[in-house]
Design a binder for this molecule. Structure first.
Ligand SMILES: *[C@@H]1O[C@H](CO)[C@@H](O)[C@H](O)[C@H]1NC(C)=O
Ligand SMILES: *[C@@H]1O[C@H](CO)[C@@H](O)[C@H](O)[C@H]1NC(C)=O
Ligand SMILES: *[C@@H]1O[C@H](CO)[C@@H](O)[C@H](O)[C@H]1NC(C)=O
Length: 347
């Protein structure tokens, strides 16, 4: 016979694993801070990336130099559906093999047709993503960390989605990105070039205050004051130094990982990266995005989706143009059905 206090303790002990097992189901779905296993995997991945990067700093003296390997662009595809424009991207990458790497984060809960060619075998260990949650930040950080570990020659990290198309040739982008280093720090052993990140950083968005308060009043304090809170496109091109700053961050992540109470103002991935980089190194960032998007007539937070009828060479030329001295590199969103319409499209 069990004595009853022992029985109670025993029952309590038994129910502990059950509590952990059922907690995510019992709690509201946006309590992501309970999904500890995802975060533990991420922490170990980020740690490996930090270690990898301190042990291997390739000497990128100049891409024009003949003796050194050329730096690469890591293309990070963040998707929760089939990649829509594989043939277009194939054309874009064709002939540029040593100058890029591809990494794909794809929500594991979807059925996806694995693309072949340059995309073959480029899927990284991925987790579920949801709109209006910090899971898109995590997915992006996973892509950055994996690319940092995979190849020390990855010096730029370009985040794109399945709805993005390139507006220029690979060579155009490559030469533009590695054109002018921002500063050149010389020491007697090597010359370290500092490039610039292309990330939109804005402080004048009309809904910024509601977005700042989406997790509750004052919860972002003291790490992020409203004056420091920024917004920008989720899509960016980061230098290796900034990519590392993003995966090393714990301080801001502790706040941005909190679930939103106001889901209508919840776009964590549009705030975390611009806020962090504006605090870390505003001068090293262009503050504009290279990804064109058309918000005219947007609906439910989704921008204009170009349909096959709208697509033409003229549209591509129009989408490249910006109000500044730069030219857009990518555009979104394009309807998956338009591939036929862009047959004659030259990347
Ligand atoms: C991806 O495409 C395949 C067919 O090629 C289809 O069966 C599958 O449902 C698609 N997945 C999504 C998420 O649309
Ligand atoms: C942006 O989208 C609107 C429709 O919402 C369209 O009329 C306009 O031509 C688009 N602009 C560009 C530059 O494609
Ligand atoms: C350029 O500026 C004008 C006027 O502010 C604006 O209407 C237009 O949308 C801008 N074009 C781009 C590509 O941002």
């Amino acid at each position: 016979m069990f004595s009853s206090p022992l029985l109670i303790s025993f029952t309590l002990l038994l129910s502990l694993p059950l509590l952990f097992f059922f907690a995510p189901q019992i709690l509201p779905p946006n309590h992501f801070h309970f999904l500890l296993p995802d975060e533990l995997d991420d922490l170990s991945l980020f740690h490996r990336a930090t270690v990898a990067s301190t042990h291997s700093s390739p000497r990128i003296v100049s891409h024009l130099g003949t003796t050194n390997p050329k730096p690469k662009i890591a293309f990070l595809f963040l998707t929760n559906s089939n990649l829509s424009f594989v043939p277009l991207w194939e054309k874009f990458f064709h002939g540029n093999q040593p100058l890029f790497n591809i990494y794909i984060h794809s929500d594991p809960s979807i059925t996806l047709t694995p693309p072949g060619g340059v995309f073959h075998g480029r899927f990284i260990a991925s987790k579920k993503t949801h709109r209006a949650s910090p899971t898109l930040i995590s997915a992006t950080r996973r892509l950055l960390a994996t690319a940092i570990i995979d190849d020390p020659l990855n010096q730029y990290f370009a985040l794109v989605s399945q709805y993005c198309v390139p507006l220029h040739s690979f060579n155009f982008m490559y030469n533009y990105l590695f054109r002018n280093p921002l500063t050149s720090i010389s020491s007697f052993s090597s010359t370290q070039l500092e490039y610039q990140s292309f990330i939109e950083i804005l402080s004048d968005e009309p809904n910024l205050f509601e977005r700042y308060g989406a997790r509750g009043d004052d919860v972002m304090l003291p790490e992020v004051s409203f004056e420091e809170f920024r917004v920008g496109s989720q899509f960016f091109i980061l230098t290796r130094r900034h990519a590392l700053a993003v995966i090393r961050d714990r301080k801001l992540w502790r706040k941005f990982r909190l679930p939103c109470l106001n889901v209508d103002s919840c776009y964590p991935e549009e705030h975390y990266f611009p806020t962090l980089l504006s605090m870390e190194d505003l001068k090293g960032c262009s503050q504009f995005t290279l990804t064109r998007v058309n918000w005219t007539g947007s609906f439910d937070g989704h921008p204009h989706l170009y349909t096959p009828l709208e697509v033409s060479a003229e549209l591509v030329y129009r989408l490249r143009q910006s109000n500044s001295s730069y030219s857009y590199f990518f555009a979104r969103k394009f309807s998956p059905g338009l591939l036929g319409a862009v047959d004659g499209y030259r990347c």
